[in-house]
Design a protein around this ligand. Sequence first.
Ligand code: UD1
Ligand code: UDP
Length: 385
Amino acid sequence: MSRSLHLLTIIGARPQIIKAAALSRAVHGPFAGRVKETILHTGQHYDANMSQVFFDELGIPRPDIDLGVGSGSHGVQTARMLEGIEAGILEHRPDVVVLYGDTNSTLAGAIAAAKLHVPVAHVEAGLRSFNKAMPEEVNRIVCDHCSTWLFCPTRTAVDNLRNEGFRAYPEGRPSVDRPLVDQSGDVMYDNSRHFARLAAERSDVLERWGLRPKEFVLATVHRDHNTDAPERLNAIFRSLFALHERSGSTVVLPLHPRTAKCMERFLDPTLLADIKGAAGMLLIPPAGFLDIIELERNARLVVTDSGGVQKEAYFFDTPCLILRPETEWVELVEHGHAVLCDADPVRIAAAADDFLEHGIRDSPPLFGDGHAAERILEVLLRDHS
Ligand code: UD1
Ligand code: UDP
């Protein structure tokens, strides 16, 4: 019998911990005995409600290695990770390093693995905003070009890679010089399907905050382009406050720690006081995964700059306003489920009114069949044997 496939999974930021749950579930379920997983947490996110809560709720095993790098400038943070990940790879000698998405943890993992000649599987490969001012765009391009397997969530992601010169190699084992591009589907869709029923049974988030289904708006803001630019941050929060006043809907804001800090620093003091004083502007701590998907499923409208939240709104048929000038998830906009509003109060108000009046059609399945994780493991096992 062949030796089991040994994966080293690298996670660090909230969305990566959530994404990793899908593969871990398969490793400990249908693939038990054939695949072994070692988990390295860089410690990029470290508050209990940005990290530990997801291990507890989603059944992910405790990390085997915890680097505890914490926050810092891009250079400092990435350098600390690079050093720790290199040591982790040398100690554990995995067959494959698995990386998720586009954070600094992804970047450090890609560079460390590529330099040690350990093949990389990039989950959520091929996404592009075509905006290199985003740190994520740089991270994902570097990671894609260091990868042996590029697991794409959508057709658009495959097309982006083909346009960058990634070819289809008809035969032979993939390598970093002859990488495999595979449309695997989206592990986030796997997770949303898997956890939606559990969330409906277990989450009491609506009762806890006195919310009624389809009578509130869910908003999340965390992109540096929005939080660290006072003009944009003020425009976004002014728009959310105006939306609350105009529609009478409560606006629920689970605040990323970055945003909580920047609100205090950058918001006009009168606006900040108005928001804090309004019962219908509900500023709450970052939510756990079961709570957030219950909020997404029951909201009238989602307003966000998050990649993951945009897509989950789509999975749950909730219309979405995107607080960015562009998105990697262009399908959502093309199907009329999301509107790009940037930080523009006029566009935010117009799109919100339109969705609140007309709603949206059902969402066609664009992100796979809910079994992306199993497909990814099948491909890796096939190429390992
Ligand atoms: C990171 C990712 C971003 C992703 C987001 C998910 C990069 C470059 N950015 O952005 O792509 O969308 O995670 O949420 O990797 N902080 C805390 N406690 C924590 C974590 C962060 O207080 O547990 C605060 C710190 O002040 C820190 C700031 O948030 O400086 C930003 O954290 P960081 O991980 O650098 O970037 P994110 O904005 O979270
Ligand atoms: N999320 C969460 N609690 C929150 C906000 C988001 O669990 O308060 C989840 C969300 O459901 C999605 C993921 O975190 O699965 C998205 O992460 P985030 O918005 O931090 O980053 P992005 O997807 O933009 O990289």
